[in-house]
Design a protein around this ligand. Structure first.
Ligand SMILES: *[C@@H]1O[C@H](CO)[C@@H](O)[C@H](O)[C@H]1NC(C)=O
Length: 417
């Protein structure tokens, strides 16, 4: 039940939802469109004879002006902080009738329609997105609610899940809680029944029925950039993955495919729980506890949360990274230090976060002129970065560049001069 919302969104306005409930007045800002009907007369000609069928009146329905949305968009008035109105847009046939609802600005909705999932829907099915991967099943776990368990042994890089969100909502703090609830409710209620019920079956934080739709988001959302703005997205299947301090899986969101991917980052046994991290595992134990209890409302009990020895490991990681990042003549940076750093990450169970140490290793080997090892580690840094951040990051460009020819990189033989 991951949630990466600035918790102020909900808590700041939660206090006033009771008052707001009695003064709901959003009907004035709805913008329904009339459904356009037209009547046409058909004429048909056959065998050279003309059959007059003028008497048959055929009523056809033109494609609604709001296509490809399944319902007339329903909008707020202009929100000052957004600089535009926000509207609910639902396409119920999206991705083989999974459906998708957006609550966003008209221009961001228009942008979403230019993305591959709408322009070429087979991109999703070709990549088995929104298909059951067969890698996981849901199970009730003692004291932890539902969790995702492995149906079969998995290895590094195996895909666990790949799903598009059923709902995406612009991250704003201007609407009152009850107004927001009203729009989010429309967005979710317009979804196909299967997706709607998956959404409503998700865990909540507060258990307050009147704000149920936001409560689900509070407990389950992933932030997702759409049209360069933060949105709160709900991926009902993936939301069942619990938090791990030393997780065996890593996720990233592909903004072009609108898809949240989860991959195994180390071998996972059959029936082992699949975990992702809700916080940066490289933060101190106190910071992680704080974030999990305030942002996610649970006390983290995994060993890296309760045993502060992980803080000592983090201090060593930082100090090694500092040395490896020192390019002065007196630097102690070396391949041996880089290998030590890699081992520390493995010992902490942070295989899913090793893009950084792999990158340091690539540089450290290149700096002593070992092109083969530099290439090998640049490849690993790239591979891990793709599983963690996607393909459009600056570091992905750096490692791709180095893979073309380590000797052309600035770091080549830097520590041999
Ligand atoms: C929903 O979007 C798909 C494209 O992904 C389109 O083929 C379909 O017609 C849309 N549905 C409606 C109701 O317009």
């Amino acid at each position: 039940m991951p949630s990466f919302v600035a918790s102020s969104l909900f808590t700041a306005s939660l206090g006033i939802w009771v008052q707001a409930a009695s003064s709901l007045s959003i009907s004035s800002s709805q913008c329904w469109h009339e459904y356009p009907f037209s009547t046409v007369n058909l004429q048909s000609s056959r065998d050279g004879n003309t059959y007059n069928i003028d008497h048959i009146q055929v009523t056809t329905v033109n494609p609604p002006s709001y296509a490809p949305w399944s319902y007339p968009p329903i909008c707020t008035s202009i929100l000052e902080s957004v600089g535009d109105k926000l509207c609910v847009y639902t396409n119920t046939s999206f991705s083989n009738n999974r459906g998708i609802s957006l609550f966003t600005t008209p221009s961001i909705a228009a942008h979403v329609l230019t993305l591959p999932p709408f322009q070429s829907p087979s991109d999703l099915s070709d990549q088995a997105i929104n298909a059951n991967s067969g890698a996981w099943y849901l199970s009730q776990l003692p004291g932890r609610g539902l969790g995702l368990l492995a149906t079969k042994p998995m290895v590094f890089k195996d895909r666990v899940t790949a799903y598009t969100p059923v709902s995406i909502a612009y991250l704003e703090t201007e609407l009152s809680t009850m107004e927001r609830e009203k729009f989010w409710r429309i967005a979710v209620d317009q979804l196909p029944e299967k997706s709607r019920s998956m959404y409503l079956d998700l865990a909540t934080v507060y258990g307050i029925e009147q704000v149920k739709y936001q409560d689900v988001v509070k407990a389950n959302t992933f932030q997702m950039e759409v049209g360069a703005k933060n949105h709160l997205a709900i991926f009902p299947e993936t939301s069942r993955a619990n938090h791990g301090c030393a997780p065996n899986a890593q996720y990233y969101i592909d903004p072009n495919l609108l898809t949240h991917f989860v991959h195994a980052t180390r071998p996972i046994e059959k029936d082992e729980e699949i975990l992702i991290s809700y916080t940066s595992p490289l933060e101190s134990t106190a910071n992680r506890q704080d974030h999990l209890s305030h942002g996610f409302h649970f006390k983290c009990t995994c060993s890296r949360c309760t045993d502060t020895s992980s803080d000592a490991a983090l201090a060593s990681i930082q100090s090694l990274q500092k040395s490896l990042n020192d390019w002065s003549d007196s630097s102690s940076g070396s391949p041996a230090l880089a290998e030590e750093l890699l081992q520390l990450y493995r010992d902490e169970g942070l295989e899913g976060f090793m893009d950084v140490p792999y990158g340091f290793a690539a540089l450290a080997y290149n700096a002593v002129g070992d092109e083969d090892m530099a290439r090998e580690y640049a490849g690993k840094a790239l591979e891990l970065g793709l599983m963690k951040d996607g393909s459009w990051t600056i570091s992905a460009q750096i490692w791709r560049e180095m893979l073309k020819g380590p000797s052309g990189h600035w770091s080549y033989r830097m520590r041999m001069l």
